[in-house]
Ligand binder design. Structure first.
Ligand code: DAH
Length: 347
């Protein structure tokens, strides 16, 4: 490049470091390409050149102009960035705890209790299985031996989707109504259809019922379902397991009691109560904590297990209920309001 043009670019490159504001930038740019600018002056020289030198000189001028323009662009971009930074402050890493915030985020109490329940069962050979929250009548009721006129199926108790709402691959034969699962027991069926015995799973998850919210009811809540299927599984195993679980959760002095009950998918069925001297927060002596029983032969038949060869137990419990007992919370709605004053107590 022409020596004077190169000198001009070197000069601009040196000066650009000192250009910090938009006004300085405008003045800087004008010194080179304004009406009285140095490059403008150089361009005017073209008129004085002999004809044959004009094209080559014109080319060099263009190169010089491009070099300057790229300097201008970089400079202007840097100025814009500085202006923006001055307006919004220094860059923020939103993943860091707020400076001086004594309460960084923590796991929700329901998540903590769910994890603790899973930890206890995992230690004794159960694995965690999950299923969809949008279910079909088949998995939620039919395959669980729940008759068509069972009250749980009632519109008053279960959220159904309109016939027109179809949810891809969750259905067994594509004809059943879709609903929001009312319990995690549906995962029993999904698991047994996929796996051969022995099966040992627990399944935590969200459930839905048409309940009006009050201190002990919520239209969405969480359960943990359990299922064990093998040869020679008996009620003794079920009792020992739940007793072990409750002692692990609530302390070695906790005791359990099984009361006969009815569930369509188990026979015999029980409700499990516990008592524990540690839990002075909870007023009454015996508190119900789970439903359970021996898997009904009809359930085995609907998943293709031979009820003559296999036996099993199942159980289900509410996570909210356990969290309320463990932490002395007297209103289930606290769990869903995300009030910092409540949540920070579990950090
Ligand atoms: N599904 C029951 C409920 O939602 C809980 C339950 C009871 C689960 C007995 C079971 C069982 O597996 O055997 O209240």
């Amino acid at each position: 490049m022409d020596e004077t043009l190169q000198a001009l670019i070197d000069k601009a490159a040196k000066q650009v470091d000192g250009v910090k504001t938009r006004a300085e930038f405008e003045a800087f740019k004008a010194r080179f390409v304004g009406p009285a600018g140095e490059l403008t002056a150089a361009m005017k020289r073209i008129a004085t050149l002999p004809k044959e030198e004009k094209p080559a000189f014109g080319k060099r001028i263009n190169e010089a102009k491009q070099a300057l323009e790229s300097l201008f662009d970089d400079c202007l971009r840097a100025i814009s960035r500085d202006e923006l930074a001055a307006r919004i402050g220094p860059p923020v890493d939103v993943t860091l705890p707020a400076p001086g915030d004594p309460h960084p985020g923590s796991l929700h109490p329901l998540t903590q209790v769910r994890d603790e329940i899973c930890r206890i069962f995992r230690q004794i050979g159960f694995s965690v299985a999950e299923g969809p929250e949008v279910e079909t009548e088949y998995f939620c009721f039919d395959a669980l031996n729940t008759p068509a006129d069972h009250p749980a199926r009632d519109l008053q108790d279960t959220y159904y989707f309109p016939e027109s709402a179809k949810f891809g691959n969750i259905s067994k034969n594509g004809t059943e109504r879709n609903l929001l699962r009312t319990h995690t027991s549906s995962v029993q069926i999904r698991t047994m259809l996929k796996e051969e015995p022995p099966v040992r799973i627990i399944s935590p998850g969200r459930c839905f019922r048409r309940d009006t919210a009050d201190a002990t009811h919520s239209a969405n809540f969480h359960q943990v379902e359990g299922l064990c299927v093998d040869k020679n599984v008996s009620v003794k195993d079920l009792k020992a397991l739940l007793d072990y679980f409750i002692k692990s959760l609530l302390g070695a002095d906790a005791r359990t009691r099984f009361r006969p009950h009815f569930f369509p998918y188990t026979e015999p069925s029980f409700e499990v109560d516990f008592a524990s001297s540690h839990l002075a927060k909870v007023g009454s002596k015996w508190i119900e904590i789970a439903g359970c029983g021996m898997v009904h032969p009809s359930v085995f038949e609907s998943v293709g297990y031979d009820p003559e060869t296999y036996s099993g137990y199942a159980f289900g419990m509410g996570i909210e209920r356990i969290a309320m007992i463990l932490h002395g919370v007297d209103d289930i709605r606290y769990f869903y309001q995300n009030d910092h004053r409540f949540l920070k107590q579990f950090a």
